[in-house]
Write a protein that binds this ligand. Structure first.
Ligand code: MLT
Length: 404
């Protein structure tokens, strides 16, 4: 008889951002007169850069002519995009990556979830706490996270690495040795970073215990300080123990276009098996590639005009981050992040829970944030604001919060 995947029933709720979306929609339906400002999900608001739009139009024209029409794309991505990625993101930083180590995808979220397909269900998973919920939920769907412990607000089989004000929101090595470690720097949700030396220690640790690091570098374009690594492959030995995920969503405004890539080095071998070849197989079986038009748009990001136009957008959002940080700390809030990342991590006032403060912000200031507890038990008592709004909305949101 047909049975459903029982792991779905174990999930304590819906995906965090879907829950918030529903709540905000309900509130707006009940209060149509209020102008809600959304600084919740990390979704960009600036239009695509002109050079990217031009590339998409040109690619669409090519698709409309028999001599330049393209059918199914390569599973790994077109060589023109992978070459641009290798040159622009890696060789330019002195990191040697081959184009056969790059796998183009339709945004980092899918691969964050799907990478779990290639390692055993027996693996012990370590995650930062708080953490981007996709890592946790996707492991829960296949049973790797164990059972949801309602009283503790966490999963029984995961190794949680607390990220707190005391450790600068950067995790310590876990007491229990994991097999797979998810790291995201600059961090979502706290906006924290680690130095290159600290990341090197993580690489050394992973190699010592035989663990795989899944490194999410979706926010690397927001790094403003020296000595913060843009790629885990800046660390020695990382190609033997780490997979890296990148996204075009945040650096080039592709949240609605969908493009990202994953780096699986050839040197990454477990029990003599090449993860690069396993991931290629995975993509061939499960994925039919990203459209020509979108990959052409991605390649435009690496042109000199693309670099300049997308950097201007990153600067625009980082100015918002400054407005949020400054405004809230002037008003007496404890804030962090927002220096190398577009997220500001805010301590809730007067010991309020994250969801209570979320409700208060929505009902009193009509501003949407993301409750810290939605990212894990150690997110309780915090709220995340994003810098991806328009400048005008950001300024108004902070004024409203100050006057709350
Ligand atoms: C976030 O707000 O954390 C992310 O933008 C959501 C996502 O990328 O799925």
């Amino acid at each position: 008889m047909f049975k459903v995947n029982e792991n779905y029933a174990k999930l304590p709720g819906s995906y965090l951002f879907a829950t918030i979306n529903r709540k905000v929609k309900e509130y707006q339906a009940a209060h149509p007169e209020e102008r809600i400002i959304r600084l919740g999900i990390g979704d960009v608001t600036q239009p695509l850069a002109p050079v990217i739009v031009d590339a998409m139009k040109k690619a669409a024209d090519e698709m409309g002519r028999a001599e330049t029409f393209q059918g199914y794309p390569d599973y790994e991505g077109y060589a023109f995009l992978r070459e641009a990625i290798v040159a622009g993101d890696y060789l330019a930083r002195g990191v040697q990556i081959g184009i056969d180590e790059i796998f183009v995808n339709d945004g980092a979220k899918c691969d964050s979830a799907d990478l779990g397909d290639i390692f055993s269900l027996k693996n012990k998973i370590a995650v930062c706490d708080p953490v981007y919920p996709v890592y946790v939920d996707s492991n829960a769907l296949v049973g790797r996270s164990g059972d949801w412990l309602k009283d503790k607000g966490c999963w029984s089989n995961l190794v949680y690495m607390p990220c707190t004000a005391e450790n600068g929101f950067a995790p310590e090595f876990p007491e229990e040795t994991p097999d797979v470690i998810y790291l995201c720097f600059p961090n979502n949700p706290t906006g924290a970073t680690v130095t290159k030396d600290r990341l090197q220690e993580w690489v050394d640790y992973a190699r010592k215990v035989g663990a795989l690091i899944i490194f999410d570098a979706a926010y690397e374009a927001y790094i403003s300080e020296e000595n913060v690594p843009h790629s885990i492959y800046e660390c020695e030995g990382a190609k033997e123990c780490a997979i890296e995920m990148r996204s075009f969503s945040k650096n080039a405004g592709f949240t609605g276009v969908r493009l990202g890539f994953t780096v699986v080095p050839r040197d990454l071998k477990l029990d003599g098996v090449s993860l690069n070849q396993i991931w290629l197989k995975h993509q061939e079986i499960k994925f039919n590639g990203v459209s020509y038009v979108v990959q052409k748009a991605g390649a435009a990001v690496y042109t000199p005009e693309g670099r300049a136009q997308t950097q201007a957008q990153v600067n625009y959002y980082m100015n918002n981050a400054k407005v949020i940080r400054q405004g809230l700390s002037d008003a007496g809030y404890t804030v962090s992040g927002g220096v190398n990342a577009p997220y500001i991590w805010l301590k809730t006032p007067e010991g309020m829970t994250s969801w209570d403060f979320f409700d208060k912000l929505l009902e009193t200031a009509h501003v949407v944030g993301t409750p810290g507890s939605g990212f894990g038990p150690h997110g309780e008592g915090y709220l995340r604001l994003t810098a991806f709004g328009s400048y005008e909305n950001t300024v108004e949101a902070i004024e409203r919060i100050k006057n709350m």
